[in-house]
Structure formats: C-alpha cells, structure tokens
Design a protein. Sequence first.
Length: 394
Amino acid sequence: MEIMNTTDLSKHYERALALFKAAFGHKPTLMVGAPGRVNLIGEHTDYNQGFVLPVAINRYIVMAVAPRQDEHVLLHASNLAAQAEFPLDAIGRDEEQPWSNYQRGVAWQLQQAGYALRGMEAVIWGDVPIGSGLSSSAAVEVATGYAFQLLNDLEIDRVELALHCQRAEKEFVGVECGVMDQLIAVLGKRDHALLIDCQDLRTEQVPLPPGVSIVVADTMKRRDLLRSEYNVRRQECQQGAELLGVKSLRQISIQEFSAHEEQLPFPIGQRCRHVIHENQRVLDGVGALKRGDLDEFGRLMKESHRSLRDDYQVSSRELDLLVEAAWEVEGVYGCRLTGAGFGGCTVSLVKEETVESFKTQVTERYEAATGISPDIYICHAEDGVSYCTLPLGR
C-alpha cells in the first residue's frame, strides 16, 4: 500500500504542538523538524572515508520543546507511547527505554564539547519508519541537537552539529556509524542530492533531473544495527585497509586494488572490492546526473546492489525480491537496497508517469513471494533540519 506523504512540514508541527499541549498542559517554545534520508548510491563507504550521495526526504522526526528551569530532560515519544526522564548532570544509558539513549547521547556529547545546557520538555513524533534504513536515528539526533542549540543560544554550525550527533551515536549509543546520515539531515536541499566526501567532509549539491520520482519500498523486515553485522563489516574493512597498508580504503584506487586483490583473505578481499568500486560508482553517478543521464545512473544503481549482495553480503531475500521486481518494471531507471542492509528498504528512480504501475507490479510480486504487503513511499528531495516558533508559519 502507499503511505501518503505531507509535503507541508507545518502540518507535522501542528500535530507536535497538539501532542505537546496534551502531554505538558502548556504550549512549547518551538518545534524542530529533521528529515529522514535515502542514499541514492554509495553504501558502506562513509565509514571508509569514501563518497556517498544521499537525499533528505519529506519524512520527518519532529520535536516540540520548551525549556525548564532545572537540569532535567523530560521526553514523550508519541509514536511509542513511552516516556523517559534524565538529569543533565548525570546522564546514563537507559536499558528499559533504549529509544531515549539517542537523546541522552546528544545531550552528553554537547556537554562533553563544553556547551552548557538547561533542561527541557519535549514531545517527539515522526513519520520516518523505525528500523527501515531511512535513518530515523540520525533524524532524532539532529532534531535533539538542534533543539538544544536553539533553546540555549549555542553557536554551532551545521557540520559541527552533524559531527556531535555522529559522536553521540558512536560513543554513547554504541553504533559505529559514519557521518552521512547526520550530514544530510542538516545540509539537505530541496530537489538536490548531496555529494559528501567523507574523508574531509567536503560537500556538493547535485541537482536532480526533473520528471523522476524517488520511490522507497519497505520490506517490512526490521533490523537492529547493534545486533546485526554492521560493526563486523566495519572491522573487516579496517582489517583490509591495514593489509593494504593504508589508513582507509578511500586511499586505494581500483587499479591498485586489482594488483593486490588476490593476496587478501576471504572475505576481506570481497569487502574491500565493494567499497573501492562503490566509491567510483558514486563519482560516475554524479557525472551522470549532471548530464541528465538517468539510464547510466540506473545502471550504476544495479551494479551497486549486486556488489552489496555478493561482495558485501548485506542484502536479504526480501531486499533482493523487491529489487528484482523493480528491475522488471518499465519506467524504472534503477533500484538498489539502501541503508545498511540486512532488511529495511530499497530505493528506485522511476519516471513520474509510471509510478502507479510500479506500485502495483512490485507489490503484487512481493506479496506473492512473501505474503507481505510492502509499504511504498513516494518521496522527493527536501531541505535539512528547520524550526518553527509560535505562531506557526515563521
């Protein structure tokens, strides 16, 4: 079935406003909205200091917040019907409410960086599916960090905010993530993808050609990165870099890798092959988009999925079913898994006029094979994190 998107973020703010008033009995000071993301190409390259090409999408995590006079943070997670509270002067992990560790981690990291925070009350609500590979965690982190920044008048530029959020996820939550998800959540631009060089954080806005829709199909299979093989893949890449005598796989060209590939043990060589070739696919994909060559970009997406499936081994039966179904639909330029893998979503670039037939054909084939109806999101590229004060509309 199709999940309808609202392109008007103010509607999300209105809902967060109502939820906050119901939870706390008064109005919030402001609302913050951070987008989810889908990565068009460049998977598992970010923590290898490589290239990625994500877009911020029109699905959001929204926080309605108000300051407190003490050092306590009160959280209401509306989607989960759950609550949590923690003191800023003694932040610890909460194993009973693990969703709150993302907010705790951001507060902890900002204070570690020397920023003074005061307590706040917050309601969190969103329509980024949890565990789908659309980076709800980074959206939560960025929304939390931006809320603290605004409430405490902190001078933090957007790249610095993304880095603080990444460190929170790595050092507090315990997921060895790269910085792509947080960067696109702060730097996203409507109708553009963002080329990120994860070695030095240089970025370039890449216009998306008109007449194409970004279609995300959800396998409905969830995975927890902390319990998956995500961290294992990172360790394998680091081992490969050490065997090749470099700090990161970014420093190895395809030609250099080819000369040493046979000397690497299994599966280290396969992991390295994916990352090194994927970096080149990203650069080639950016060139294709600039030329308006969606056929070439789609071919690169197909190559990317095969590499993720065979060399990096992070696909799944469900992901492969959705991808292969999409490849057979007329009007589809390309399709691949997106996100860490092990479940979650696929991303397709589809001619706008064939989106309806895409939904029908992909859903029918996936249901026939699995008995499950996939959620399908018709997305477009949106701006990064933003805020709204009362009255709405500012």
